[in-house]
Design a protein around this ligand. Structure first.
Ligand code: SF4
Length: 686
């Protein structure tokens, strides 16, 4: 009874992009319980294990509570004044000596939209560095780029409700049962719906499917082109939609003519019959939905794979209608809010750096000289890391992200962290594998300790509320940004009269007004009342008018290329990485929630029985995974048919057995997203 809550605070889960509504119970100023919000349109009262235990994070050990500055090699507690004065002084020193872009900043989809919007202005207009990106480049940049290629703008066209309405749902590289568990309720058994799952691995989601297509790694493009081939050949396309709303069909038709079922069967490992069957299922559907996540995005061909998915939707008119959408299921709780409020791959409100009219409009809205607004995107996240290794970026500032575990090819990342003159890590927790390298640690408030909004995958803007006070001297990221602006002398210019995140939200409403991601009519009050409001309504592009000049969508020819690092006799296995339901990304939080840590305390390696027999390995043997770049030692071996022969899988959450010691530093040329998914490895007994 001592745990009975005195009050319940309505808020939104801070883990994944499903964006479940929840109530956090508070007693004696402590969070003591969580329950799903039964009135919430997304989760209807349900929560997954991470959500159900989220209150524990507010009393978890290991919080950063005071600023720490490295003095004589040791991180030493200092006042906020000393911390921020030093930061501004050291950044200025680096920028004076090496140029404005020598300051690299990486933000995160963990921030509130109001904070990310504030940070973008601070970095690009205050510090005047263009070396700025979000950790979202590690997860959904390919979806952003793919939408821009096809439709002329980012913005997922559909809603979660479309998964229910569709009669064919195809999930590609999306293990929602582990990564977006509450979405599975949208796919509960329904004789009217066919669920197709495309994944090289027999994931929990694949087990839910009517049809699981266990394609060869990275052959999804071949499958998509092969489906288009059959759809066109069999007349299962929407010729009216194609001629009214798209460009490029003639060349696309010629291009996919070469992707015959026979050729696609060889590329994917599927039978010709299966390819024809899946194409016909998709083509004959009343409404077809394609959802994808990291299996598509985490690739050097991620952006164009998204375009290949969009092609299918466009030629069959499966977009802008109930149940019909190509839909990127995002990763982090606020990946969407960060990509909209911008200054990373786009200017705020999906405006383009290179478009004079867009820059002028922003300058007018902000009362700034247009010359202040950058005319091109600066360095993306991987390029900031490369520039640090090359000695061009000399100061780094990471905010609520943990690259020492999450960035591919750890040895290069470590060089970057060691090369810079000044490294600032702003996080709710310390130590973390990244903050261990820091010259300055800034303690930040986390989810549950601050107020603002997140936007989920279906463009639903939700309120996140303050449940308890931040511990020690930890401060909201927003307050840290304003304090830095003050020290730079730009606070009144960039943030006139602002004191709260609501001030930032009000400006963001004005700045987004009239854009595709228009927040102007969505007040905080309305969000609270309706448990979230979708910008753009339930569906985009209902009128068939897209965002390219001329208003037409574009069909792209996307060739299927072999993935970068093919297996050899020396490194004979293809390593795939992914997630497990209990954990969130690098476990900065979830390792500290006892329940979750107990459920999944360490990583493992999945290997097919055929390969295990050949290597004379038994279940639970300890093994090492070795690539050309490094090795992960002492993993538990799980021998299972979940993975195909020649492939192995390990979860990427665990710092102790960091999969990024072996992954590849190869990036999508368009989105700059890393190819986390396939690299060639050797497996040995530990
Ligand atoms: Fe939170 Fe995602 Fe789980 Fe919902 S599904 S409770 S948003 S982690």
């Amino acid at each position: 009874s001592s745990r009975v809550a005195e009050k319940w605070v309505k808020t939104t889960c801070g883990y994944c992009s499903v964006g479940c509504g929840m109530l956090v119970g508070v007693k004696d100023d402590k969070a003591v319980a969580v329950r799903g919000n039964p009135e919430h349109p997304v989760n209807r009262g349900k929560l997954c294990p991470k959500g159900l235990s989220e209150h524990h994070i507010l009393t978890a050990p290991g919080r950063a509570k005071t600023p720490l500055l490295r003095k004589n090699g040791t991180l030493t507690p200092v006042s906020w004044d000393e911390a921020l004065d030093t930061m501004v002084e050291r950044f200025a020193g680096v920028q004076q000596k090496y140029g404005a872009d020598a300051l690299g900043v990486v933000g995160t989809g963990q921030l509130l939209t109001e904070e990310f919007y504030t940070l973008g202005k601070l970095v690009q207009l205050g510090f005047r560095s263009r070396s700025y990106d979000g950790n979202t480049t590690l997860c959904m940049a390919s979806a952003v780029s793919g939408y821009k290629l096809s439709f002329g703008s980012d913005g997922p066209p559909g809603s979660y409700a479309d998964m229910e309405t569709a009669d064919v749902v195809m999930l590609i590289g999306a293990n929602i049962a582990d990564n977006h568990p509450i979405l599975c309720h949208r796919l509960e058994r329904d004789a009217e719906r066919t669920l197709i799952v495309v994944d090289p691995r027999v994931t929990k989601t694949a087990m839910m499917a009517d049809l699981h297509l266990a394609v060869k790694p990275r052959s999804d493009i071949a499958l998509l082109n092969g489906m288009a081939h059959v759809l066109i050949r069999d007349g299962l396309i929407d010729s009216t939609y194609i001629s009214q709303y798209t460009d490029g069909f003639h060349q696309y038709k010629e291009f996919v003519a070469e992707y015959t079922p026979e050729r696609v069967a060889a590329l994917t490992g599927l039978s010709e019959e299966t390819i024809v069957r899946v194409a016909r299922l998709y083509g004959k559907a009343r409404a077809a939905f394609i959802g994808w996540t990291m299996g598509v995005n985490h690739s050097t061909q991620g952006a164009v794979t998204v375009a290949a998915i969009n092609n299918l939707a466009l030629i069959t008119g499966n977009i802008g209608r109930a149940g019909a959408s190509p839909f990127s299921i995002t990763g982090q709780c606020n990946a969407m809010g960060t990509r909209e409020s911008g200054f990373t791959s786009s200017l705020p409100g999906y405006r383009k750096f290179e478009k004079q009219a867009d820059r002028e409009e922003l300058a007018r809205l902000w009362g700034l000289d247009v010359e202040r607004i950058p005319t091109a995107r600066g360095l993306a996240y991987p390029d900031i890391i490369e520039a640090a290794v090359a000695g061009k970026v000399k100061a780094l500032w990471f905010i609520a992200t943990n690259p020492a575990v999450s960035f591919p090819n750890y040895s290069v990342l470590e060089q970057a962290l060691r090369s810079v003159d000044f490294l600032v890590v702003q996080d709710g927790f310390h130590p973390t594998p990244t903050s261990d390298f820091a010259d300055l640690v800034l303690p930040a408030a986390i989810w549950g300790e601050k107020e603002g909004t997140y936007t989920n995958s279906e463009r639903r803007v939700s309120k996140v509320n303050r449940v308890v006070a931040a511990p020690g001297e930890a401060r909201a990221d927003f307050d840290i940004f304003l304090d830095l602006a003050e020290r730079l002398g730009v606070r009144e210019e960039l943030y006139p009269g602002w004191t709260t995140t609501h001030d930032a939200y009000k400006e963001w409403q004005r700045v987004s007004a009239g854009r595709l991601c228009d927040y102007s009519g969505i007040s905080w009050e309305q969000i609270e009342e309706e448990s979230g409001v979708q910008w753009g309504g339930a569906r985009l592009y209902e009128d068939g008018v897209f965002r390219h000049e001329g208003g037409r969508a574009k069909l792209y020819n996307v060739p299927c290329e072999p993935f970068v690092e093919q297996p050899t006799s020396e490194y004979p296995y293809v390593l795939n990485t992914g997630r497990t339901v209990e954990h969130w990304h690098t476990r900065t939080k979830t390792a500290k929630v006892q329940l979750l840590d107990t459920m999944a305390p360490y990583a493992w390696l999945e290997m097919n029985p055929v390969d295990a027999r050949r290597l004379q390995l038994k279940p639970h043997d300890r093994v090492s995974v070795i690539s050309r770049r490094g090795s992960v030692k002492n993993l538990e071996l799980r021998i299972t048919g979940i993975v195909a022969p020649g492939q192995v899988f390990m979860p990427f959450h665990f710092a102790e057995t960091n999969s990024n010691l072996v992954t590849l530093g190869a990036f999508d040329p368009i989105s700059r997203e890393p190819n986390f998914k396939q690299c060639a490895v050797l497996v040995e007994r530990f």
